[in-house]
Ligand binder design. Structure first.
Ligand code: PLP
Length: 501
């Protein structure tokens, strides 16, 4: 049979002959006596790790993905143990794990039942909220499918041997947790960073602040892409910096324009998003990155590389794109967070600085936050160490693929220049639509998107376009209706404002 079961670890050596859910082990003389069919049986064929955990993960996935409906009475510990040829204790432990996530519950004398996973969502945004507004203006991840993973991690954190170290006055948290984080950053497309060099900040915003503050002085100019993440604006105000926008093309910021702006304004730093730029979704190709890195090395310009969406970029094998931090490590401050890949509420952000800037960044962090809240780091490390973080990322990528396919069915070639790997769309408008008028008219119809001018943080030309976030609402039906309304409006003539005389 394709399944080999050790005391604690299971490994499957070949797939089921039917290519579908595997029953493990096979029919034996005993099963020919036709015991009643089990209401649930795990497919362990692709799973590796301790038996109790992979059984728990299989159950969790089957419940969350709707393969085991709410109300199902699960097999007894004894029946499932016999069926899988494992100990009753293994099944008890697996069920306990899933019970801790709130996905199943025992009823004395009746058995163990599957609960409705949707009930666990704190605030499901399944359809339009009571206000009727469908908010596609926020680039937040849809969290409800990941509630069980978070619950399990929270429970497991209590047993971590490094938990108390995380609660001590360690500015950067325990090395064990930083090691997990550094490994995961590299595994999800980021640069290789020695754990000792990983500086922790409260979220991506805190990381951006620490990085920018370390390399600028009040009165300085900070270069930004012509359209950029609006979170940099309050930060610049706080630090007394003036933002200067640099022209972009369909491959990202233009190196010649960067060089010229840096010279003209005496700027020391550029804040830049090379991968899945927010809002345009552009990913800089390798050549553009190399030119920017060479420019930074030559001119002394510091690059503050924001990579919060990097984990969504999945190049074909052999075509991975280097980060700017990998190309110009001595000139780049790499900032990221787990807000888009895991949970914004963990506030786990990071800065990796070149050795000469490491102390400066650490000083800013010491002055502003002393040490970030390491409970978030502990949960992040637990999600990574248990493998749940990879599973969450896989779900996030699958959701992006699903939602982008839906958007492409409805909006067709209008999305030509917008990357299918992003959590949002960048949608150019046909004349005479202007982004403010289009956004206002759409809002009157109950749909909120963001006009391009919200991302124009410095003087310069603003394209007529809107950003539409796809993954922040739960219901695909609701999203489809909103996108259909949006497509209809795009095809209608704009109501031109009355001429002023
Ligand atoms: C490009 C970019 N950088 C940074 C952030 C902030 O990240 P965090 O939520 O971790 O503070 C965001 C949030 O939307 C973002 O889009």
């Amino acid at each position: 049979m394709p399944c080999t079961v050790n005391a604690d670890i299971v490994a499957v050596t070949s797939a089921s002959p039917h290519g579908i859910r595997r029953t493990c082990p096979p029919a034996t003389a005993q099963s020919m006596n036709s015991p009643p069919p089990l209401s649930w049986r795990p497919d362990l064929s692709q799973r590796r790790g301790p038996l109790y955990r992979i059984i728990a993960q299989a159950l969790q996935d089957d419940i969350v993905q709707g393969r085991v409906p709410p109300g199902t009475r699960l097999p007894t510990h004894r029946d499932l143990a016999w069926d899988l040829k494992v100990t009753v204790g293994t099944i008890t432990r697996a069920y306990q794990e899933v019970e801790r996530q709130g996905l199943i519950g025992g009823e004395v004398g009746r058995g163990t039942f599957v609960r409705d996973p949707r009930r666990l969502a704190e605030a499901p945004v399944d359809a339009a909220p009571p206000s009727g507004l469908v908010d596609l203006s926020v680039n937040a991840p849809a969290l409800w499918p990941d509630g069980p993973s978070l619950r399990a991690a929270l429970a497991a954190v209590a047993d971590r041997p490094d938990l108390l170290s995380a609660m001590a006055y360690l500015p950067q948290g325990p090395l064990s947790m930083r090691t997990s984080l550094a490994r995961w950053i590299a595994a999800t497309g980021g640069p290789e960073i020695a754990p000792e060099r990983l500086l922790l900040a409260p979220g991506g915003q805190g990381a951006m602040h620490a990085a920018v503050a370390a390399v600028t002085r009040p009165g300085d100019v900070l270069l930004v892409e012509q359209l950029s993440y609006p979170g940099i604006r309050p930060l610049a105000v706080q630090l007394g910096l003036r933002l200067v926008g640099v022209a972009m093309d369909d491959q990202g910021v233009l190196p010649d324009a960067v060089e010229q702006a840096a010279r003209q304004h005496g700027a020391r730093a550029l804040y830049v998003m090379p991968t899945l730029h927010n809002p345009t979704t552009v990913t800089q190709p390798r050549a553009r990155r190399e030119t920017l890195a060479a420019l930074a090395r030559r001119s002394g310009l510091v690059l503050v590389e924001d990579d919060v969406y990097g984990f969504l970029h999945q190049p074909p094998a052999g075509h991975a794109l280097p980060t700017l931090a990998a190309l110009a490590p001595e000139q780049t401050l790499y900032v990221s967070s787990v807000s888009k890949s895991l949970f914004p509420g963990l506030r786990t952000g990071i800065v990796a600085a070149p050795p000469v800037l490491q102390d400066k960044v650490a000083q800013v962090l010491r002055a502003t936050v002393l040490a970030p809240a390491h409970l978030g780091l502990a949960v992040t490390a637990e999600l990574i160490d248990s493998g749940e973080a990879d599973r969450i990322v896989a779900r996030r990528r699958a959701l992006v693929a699903e939602r982008q396919a839906l958007a492409r069915r409805i909006l067709g070639e209008r999305l030509y220049g917008s990357s299918a790997a992003a959590t949002h769309l960048w949608l150019p408008l046909d004349a005479p639509w202007r982004c403010d008028g289009f956004t206002r008219t759409l809002l009157e119809q109950g749909i909120k998107v963001t006009p391009a001018d919200a991302f124009a943080l410095a003087r310069g030309e603003v394209p007529e376009a809107v950003r539409v976030c796809l993954c922040s609402i739960d219901g695909a039906d609701c999203l489809a209706r909103a996108l259909e309304r949006l497509a209809t409006l795009l095809g209608q003539p704009a109501q031109l404002d009355q001429a002023l005389i």
